[in-house]
Design a protein around this ligand. Sequence first.
Ligand code: LIP
Length: 280
Amino acid sequence: MSSEYAAAMRLAEEIAREAGELILRGEQDRSGERPLVESTKSSPTDVVTAMDRAVEDLLRARLAAARPGDAVLGEEAGGQAGRTGYTWVLDPIDGTVNYLYRIPAYAVSVALVTGDPTVPGAWQPVAACVHQPATGATWTAAQGEGAYLGERRLRLGPVPELSQALVATGFGYRKQRRTGQARVLTGVLPQIRDIRRIGSAALDLCGVATGTVDAYYERGVNVWDIAAAALVLAEAGGSLRGLRGAPAGPEMVVAAGDPLLDDLVDLLTDLDADQDPAAE
Ligand code: LIP
């Protein structure tokens, strides 16, 4: 690979791996103690650790040095304007609760996108890295140049029918949202092989690209959770969609290979999975 996007992918991988080393050094320094929770966001269980902030600071510093004109949008520090038309979309630790509980299913997610990443359907990832520090697993992709897990080129295998599909999903942090998600889950579970709740949207989407799950859906994820893994999945032959013709976004993300994607979208549409219950 020699394109500008391939160079950006290599930069994304370099800084994601450096961020992973920072996280693992912190793990060693803590020797079994839980990370420090600095604050919460949408609910008392939606935590931000000191390491979330330190990792995003590191990613931003490296990007400012390497590509000073690009914009940045990060989960913890928000948006920073640029002048190149490109935006780096960062989730310093996707799967923060897993990180807090020392469950290895968390990842550093770094994506370069064109367009406006704050508007669903108005952005396109062109370079990406999802790095899982606890295992070393590293997914990379560049637009039009394929998706990789390490050196292994990823291509979706045969796609099962819905009743045979292993489906990943996740749940939000607010009680009202979770009540609705539980309702939807009771409608989905009898129609599929089984559910997996891994706790990181980025790893869920990379799991679809890798074949460790067949599909993923979730209501309420943010662009930084999915931007990098969306390119990995697309370059592996899968795709993401919302419901009722909408693009993937906070209302709903559904991801799989065809025709399973169509069948899961239809099931979730019938279940009104993009709706929350009325507030109590
Ligand atoms: C997480 C998502 C996951 C979702 C969790 C959480 P975070 O992102 O990746 O899919 O189910 O509730 O939102 O908060 O760890 O960056």
